[in-house]
Design a protein around this ligand. Structure first.
Ligand code: F2R
Ligand code: MG
Ligand code: MG
Length: 357
């Protein structure tokens, strides 16, 4: 019985992760690009969504979910990372539904991948921005299925797969290392036993891993002004802000971590949102810590769909689907697919029919 319960709990965390990513995107999208939203406005927003008597139209998902779905389906079908298959899925998805709010430059990568018939799937991304590659957060926003797929993998294998999945569109080291950090954060949340999250240890663990990830490789070049240990240093900012507790305003988070569409100004912010929301936050009415995470992330303004989606995937992996209110789930376009993909990934991982190397 204990084994069955443990399996159910683990499956619930896979579901929580993908539904958390979806919910952050769907509920955060209406606020993308706006400045901070007051907590009272968001209290009403969440209350209204949870009211069973109120019928509201589906909250549509955006590029974040469109690409996350491609990553999930590719890993499920291929049972390993296959860059060509994943790139083909991104391109097909984009040309079928181009209006999902994609980044303004990544669409050039899709066009080049199609024009070159996927000859070398990393080349178009490497040619972006005069050969420097994109440091947008598009690699990080879609990486959650990689963390689930690599549930039992070594740090080295997780890092390699997260990086390779990002490199299809994001060749700048801030772009792909942002995806690696987001992936490691989801995995750490997934592997932390319920009610045993130690915020300091969580950050310490990510910091140690990112120090290794960010040690400059022979093939890597820093852009002018870029620091070798950018994310390692940003994680120490996250720790500093958390130490200041409720004294930290949204404005200070925006100034010190950022709320923008570039990876280094959104991935640490998502991690901060998850960790900050483990405790009650003044004027946020939600008692449920998962809901509080999404509420807090959206309230920061800026790239709300993406920051809430990344924070939601970490929170969902930790709290599990049983702590994600159904009243909110029902509003998200693509809910059934997210649940199904989470179940398929769980089945693959537990049956060990996959390759993570
Ligand atoms: N694109 C958006 N939001 C804006 C419009 C949405 C609107 N609601 C609508 O419906 O139309 N959101 C989505 O984009 C972000 C992910 O972007 P991604 O995939 O990283 O794209 P891209 O184009 O590679 O990079 C984004 C921008 O970052 C700047 N940038 C990146 N690398 C750069 C470099 N090396 N040098 C200079 N700038 C660089 C550029 O401004 C890129 O356009 C998510 O928020 C997703 O939700
Ligand atoms: Mg989006
Ligand atoms: Mg966004």
């Amino acid at each position: 019985m204990a084994v069955v319960e443990a399996m159910e709990a683990a499956a619930g965390r896979f579901r929580g992760c993908l539904v958390g990513a979806l919910m952050g995107d769907c509920l955060g999208a209406p606020f993308e690009g706006e400045s901070q939203t007051s907590r009272s406005v968001l209290n009403s927003y969440f209350k209204r969504l949870c009211d069973p008597d109120i019928k509201v139209p589906y909250k549509q998902y955006t590029d974040d979910t469109a690409m996350t779905r491609c990553v999930a389906v590719s890993l499920i079908k291929e049972k390993k990372f296959n860059g060509t298959d994943m790139a083909k899925r991104f391109v097909k998805e984009y040309y079928e539904e181009p209006g999902r709010g994609y980044g303004s430059n990544v669409v050039d990568v899709f066009a080049a991948l199609r024009a070159t018939k996927f000859a070398d799937v990393c080349v178009p991304a490497a040619m972006q921005f005069g050969g420097r590659g994109s440091y947008g957060n598009g690699g990080a926003m879609r990486v959650a299925p990689v963390a689930l797929f690599c549930h039992a993998a070594t740090d080295q294998d997780v890092t390699t797969m997260a990086k390779n999945s990002a490199l299809l569109t994001h060749a700048n080291r801030l772009g792909y290392n942002g995806a690696v950090l987001q992936c490691l954060a989801v995995l750490e949340a997934l592997r932390t036993p319920p009610n045993q999250l130690d915020v300091a240890k969580f950050l310490q663990c990510l910091t140690e891993k990112m120090k290794r990830v960010e040690t400059l490789g022979e093939d890597e070049i820093l852009d002018k002004g870029q620091k070798e240990f950018e994310y390692t240093s940003l994680l120490s900012h996250v720790a500093g802000l958390l130490d200041r507790g409720d004294a930290v305003s949204c404005q200070q988070v925006e100034e010190e971590l950022g709320v923008n569409i570039i990876a280094s100004e959104s991935v640490p912010t998502a991690i901060y949102s998850f960790l900050r929301a483990t405790n009650p936050i003044p004027n946020i009415e939600a008692e449920n810590a998962f809901v509080r995470t999404i509420h807090y992330a959206i309230g920061l303004g800026g790239d709300t769909d993406t920051i809430a989606s990344m924070a939601g995937s970490i929170a969902g992996a930790y709290y599990g689907i049983e702590n994600v209110p159904e009243g909110l789930q029902r509003h998200c376009e693509g809910l059934e697919d997210a649940l199904h993909q989470a179940d398929q990934l769980f089945e693959l991982v537990t049956s060990k029919q996959i390759s993570t190397t």
